[in-house]
Design a binder for this molecule. Structure first.
Ligand SMILES: NC(=O)c1ccc[n+]([C@@H]2O[C@H](COP(=O)([O-])OP(=O)(O)OC[C@H]3O[C@@H](n4cnc5c(N)ncnc54)[C@H](OP(=O)(O)O)[C@@H]3O)[C@@H](O)[C@H]2O)c1
Length: 246
């Protein structure tokens, strides 16, 4: 597959789960891929080894989304190595559970730093190195569209913020020929939300097709948006959740 031949991609939070699947898929399509991680050095390096062994090009960078300097430095390192960034996937995210009276101001800061502020910082930094035809794709959540249970206020706040950011930045970067979109996974089998976890059954009960996404299901939509067929799609939301309804 060569739809992304000669493209350069940066995926935040690419050591595990959805981000790792996206990195693999973009590399399979021919892109040189860099992934960031906060803690999972071994997993990030194993992913790079797997991509490289398959003939792809990959790089792992330690960059905690809570550290603005690290986020900007990661973008700078990729731009310096390759001369540009064609595709930014804002994937890294955390889920702090708790009702509005249970979560704390520190929880708020953590969620917003990782899920929102770092997206702003990475997008701003990457846009400076992004040529015409560039792509910014953020990973949101179907919980920004419907909230079936209590205990999600901070996460929903953060992912809803990304919807507005996506629509606004699509306007900012449109004149440069850069598209900006958001992909909303529903229940997806990862460490964050295992398909055999105790909350999995109720999630399946909300779906028209009662199966968890595999991370590769999300990666397929991201690869399509990143590729040539996505060139006229911007400011848009894509929901991948088996027809979940609250
Ligand atoms: N799984 C779902 O059901 C689901 C549904 C909707 C949306 N999403 C969204 O999809 C994205 C990926 O989720 P996932 O399920 O793949 O989660 P995951 O399995 O927990 O993996 C999270 C990834 O993000 C990285 N990360 C976490 N905190 C970070 C930080 N402070 N700085 C840099 N990287 C950090 C992790 O790196 P380390 O390995 O170094 O910790 C890891 O690579 C998130 O934005 C999540 O909100 C997931």
């Amino acid at each position: 597959m060569t739809s992304l031949k000669n493209k350069v991609a940066l995926v935040t939070g690419g050591s595990r789960g959805i981000g790792a699947a996206i990195a693999k898929r973009l590399a399979d399509e021919g892109a040189a891929v860099a992934v960031t991680y906060s803690q999972s050095k071994a997993k990030a390096e194993a992913l790079v080894a797997e991509i490289t062994k398959g003939g792809g090009r990959a790089l792992a960078i330690q960059a905690d989304n809570r550290d603005p300097d690290a986020v900007e430095a990661a973008v700078g390192a990729v731009a310096e190595k390759h001369g540009r960034i064609d595709i930014l996937v804002n994937n890294a995210g955390v889920f702090d559970a708790g009702t509005v009276t249970e979560v704390t101001a520190d929880d708020f800061d953590r969620t917003m730093d990782v899920n929102v502020k770092a997206v702003f910082l990475a997008t701003r930094a990457a846009a400076a190195h992004m040529p015409e035809g560039g792509r910014v794709i953020s990973i949101g959540s179907n919980l920004a569209q419907r909230v079936p249970w209590p205990g999600m206020s901070l996460y929903v706040l953060s992912k809803s913020a990304l919807v507005g950011f996506t629509k606004a930045v699509a306007r900012d970067l449109g004149p440069k020929g850069i598209t900006v979109n958001i992909v909303h996974p529903g229940s997806t089998d990862t460490d964050m939300n295992p398909a055999d976890g105790e909350l999995a059954g109720p999630q399946r009960g909300l779906m028209a097709i009662p199966r968890f996404n595999e991370a590769s299901d999300v990666a397929g939509v991201v690869a399509w948006l990143a590729g040539p067929d996505g060139r006229s799609v911007t400011g848009a939301e894509f929901t991948i959740d088996g027809g979940t309804n609250a």
